[in-house]
Design a binder for this molecule. Structure first.
Ligand SMILES: O=P(O)(O)OC[C@H]1O[C@H](OP(=O)(O)OP(=O)(O)O)[C@H](O)[C@@H]1O
Ligand SMILES: Nc1ncnc2[nH]cnc12
Length: 134
């Protein structure tokens, strides 16, 4: 892994076996958030990737409750874009649309406000990690 920014990020993610349940290798981003240079590197890497692959074509960055909120707003600012909240059930006022999904451990329901987006707008969804990715 030659990229110095990638190294900064990788060094600040800890792995805890069997947390919160046996069989799960939990990736802990606390050290990454604690170190400003590493956190900035994570945002730079994401922003540069999106500029290269989708430059000029994104309308909003959306973050998933809750750890997606740690990265999404900084990434949106870096790209000069607005940020949308995708929250766990029952947290957003007004009309919403929702979806249920399974997690590596457990299941959840996520919601977005109906007026958050116009048809055809392009959104990049940000989170801290993929586990099942489902
Ligand atoms: O790939 P998946 O199986 O979907 O798992 C990854 C998701 O699980 C965790 O969130 P969690 O719902 O535990 O909530 P948190 O961000 O509030 O900790 C994590 O932050 C991702 O959102
Ligand atoms: N392996 C994992 N590490 C950190 N957070 C998670 N959320 C779901 N699976 C996870």
């Amino acid at each position: 892994m030659a990229d110095p920014e990638l190294q900064l990020v990788a060094r600040r993610i800890r792995a805890y076996p069997d947390f919160p349940i046996p069989g799960v290798l939990f990736r802990d981003i606390s050290p990454l958030l604690k170190d400003p240079n590493s956190f900035r590197a994570s945002i730079n890497l994401l922003a540069n990737h999106l500029k290269k692959t989708h430059g000029g074509k994104i309308d909003y960055i959306a973050g998933l409750d809750s750890r997606g909120f740690l990265f999404g707003p900084s990434l949106a600012q870096e790209l000069g874009l607005g940020f949308l909240l995708i929250r766990k059930q029952g947290k957003l006022p007004g009309p919403t649309v929702s979806i249920s999904y399974a997690l590596e451990y457990g299941k959840a329901e996520l919601e977005i406000q109906k007026d958050a987006l116009e048809p055809g707008q392009k959104v990049v969804i940000v989170d801290d990690l993929l586990a099942t990715g489902v």
